[in-house]
Design a binder for this molecule. Structure first.
Ligand SMILES: [Zn+2]
Length: 132
């Protein structure tokens, strides 16, 4: 099966189906379906990604990013500045819209397999695995 996954550093995971996440610190789901390199900063054609970053408790924290230069909330994945200045009524995340979502490794593996299947022949969608 064709795999679009891109591995970074020590990326000898091969094309086998991903069964565990040993050694992986972050998984990034990229969506470049709207992306245009000449309009990727403020021109309206941005790349987006969702990161799953490993926490010390073994779960994964979900956050969002974009190639756009505008304020973009990593907690809810919208073009908003939700970073809270006032420490009294904010979440532990530091943002006013809530906590970062978390996922278990099983849930993340499900997401990976679903993503790979949905976007199998579409290079505008790809996953990056970070081991550092
Ligand atoms: Zn937000």
């Amino acid at each position: 099966m064709h795999s679009k996954s891109r591995f970074f550093r020590f990326g000898n995971f091969g094309k086998r189906r991903l069964e565990d996440l040993n050694g992986i610190k972050r998984v990034r789901f990229n969506n470049y379906s709207e992306y245009d390199s000449e309009k990727s900063n403020d021109g309206g054609s941005y790349g987006f990604w969702t990161d799953y970053s490993r926490l010390e408790n073994g779960k994964w924290e979900v956050s969002y990013g974009t190639t756009a230069d505008f304020e973009y909330c990593p907690v809810c994945g919208s073009f908003n500045d939700h970073y809270a200045e006032d420490e009294d009524d904010i979440y532990n995340s530091g943002y006013s819209c809530g906590e970062f979502a978390t996922a278990t490794s099983d849930e993340l593996i499900d997401e990976i397999n679903k993503f790979e299947k949905e976007h199998e022949n579409d290079d505008e969608y790809f996953i990056e695995y970070f081991v550092i």
